[in-house]
Ligand binder design. Structure first.
Ligand code: SF4
Ligand code: SF4
Length: 345
């Protein structure tokens, strides 16, 4: 059961400073050009909790775009496991939900030691979304705009104060250590929380039911002609995959410094690239663009639920922002629903 506290906004900087004294503190930060980026927070007043979906997503801090796994030489192998305790502060509920999905992938039967090293030392502090972006559709997926569980702490902006919910013992310890700034909520705080959540839910412009879309695909109601009409708009830039907080594809390469020494590196990869399925001998099973586009949607809407019990999408809307060809989950899902209805007539 979550316990709630009130944190006056005047005390936020103090609290962040205390978190920074014991953890690497990553937070949405306004940089010199006014952009909001997720980065290590240096000056507390630069925290920006009211920005849009962050690029890159918090995935970058658990599965970096490029990371050294180990280096090797004649003396042996030296692993590069990250051991710093870290707080991801002010991340959106959809992104936190995406991390929970990444956990099922990287910490399932076969644990990824590098992911686990980061994840086990990372505290997740979410901020509920009071104003969803026009591209957001987490509401229909249960991945936002606020969460019931899964976080260490969840903050909701109530104007001059935050309502802070604890979701784990780790989260609770970061609050109960400072009883002079975290106080008990009053009945009016509960009323404000209720109204804030109601107002947030009413602002969603996009309503997407992925479960219906999944059923349409599984019933064979989506033709190859439809997927061709989607694929023809794809520039094969990979932006959808790189920016998606749930996509997990990576490649591993060795970079030799000499015949005896070098390093092994992991990099993000994307199934939207032709070479992703290249095999020895040069055969590429998913050479046609339609196969790659169709597979990305099938993977997220059918195979993820089968394997992991959740869609490979949390409704963050980043693919809508990043795709130059308007091939984003919400648009394609709504087109599938429309097309399936037309076929039913
Ligand atoms: S598929 Fe698009 S909307 Fe869904 S989680 Fe990935 S980037 Fe966000
Ligand atoms: S972002 Fe759009 S254009 Fe780029 S690879 Fe993804 S679907 Fe294709």
């Amino acid at each position: 059961m979550n316990t709630a506290y009130i944190l006056n906004k005047n005390h936020l900087s103090f609290w962040l400073r205390t978190l920074k004294s014991t953890h690497e503190l990553i937070a949405p930060t306004r940089d010199v050009s006014g952009d909001i980026v997720l980065t290590e927070l240096q000056r507390m007043h630069e925290t920006a909790l009211d920005g849009p979906a962050l690029m890159p997503s918090p995935k970058e801090f658990l599965l970096p775009q490029m990371e050294q796994l180990f280096c090797y030489s004649e003396e042996g192998i030296e692993e590069a496991l990250n051991k710093r305790p870290r707080v991801l502060f002010g991340i959106r509920p959809c992104d936190l939900s995406a991390i929970r999905i990444l956990d099922t992938f990287y910490l399932g039967k076969t644990k990824d030691a590098y992911y686990e090293a980061r994840r086990s030392r990372t505290v997740l502090i979410a901020i509920a979304c009071n104003r969803p972006d026009p591209t957001c559709f987490c509401l229909g997926l249960g991945t936002g705009p606020f969460l019931k569980s899964g976080f260490d702490l969840q903050l909701t902006d109530l104007g001059d104060r935050f309502l802070v919910e604890t979701g784990s013992e780790t989260g609770a310890s970061l609050v109960t250590a400072y009883p002079h700034i975290f106080t008990e909520p009053k009945p009016a705080d509960g009323d404000d929380l209720y109204e804030t959540r109601l107002a947030s839910q009413s602002q969603f412009e996009k309503r997407v039911n992925l479960e219906q879309v999944r059923k349409h695909i599984q019933a064979g109601a989506v033709s190859d002609a439809f997927w061709e009409s989607v694929a023809v708009r794809c520039f094969e830039c990979g932006g959808c995959v790189y920016n998606c907080p749930v996509c997990t594809c990576f490649n591993v390469i060795d970079r030799a410094a000499s015949s005896e020494a070098g390093k092994r590196v992991r990099l993000w990869d994307t199934c939207m690239f032709k070479g992703f399925t290249r095999t020895a001998g040069g055969v590429i099973p998913a050479e046609a663009k339609i196969n790659r586009t169709k597979r990305w949607f099938h993977h997220k809407l059918i195979h993820w639920p089968e394997q992991f019990g959740a869609f490979g999408c949390v409704g963050c809307g980043r693919c809508a922002i990043s795709c130059p060809g308007t091939i984003d989950m919400a648009t394609v899902a709504l087109r599938i629903k429309g097309e399936s209805k037309a076929e039913e007539k």
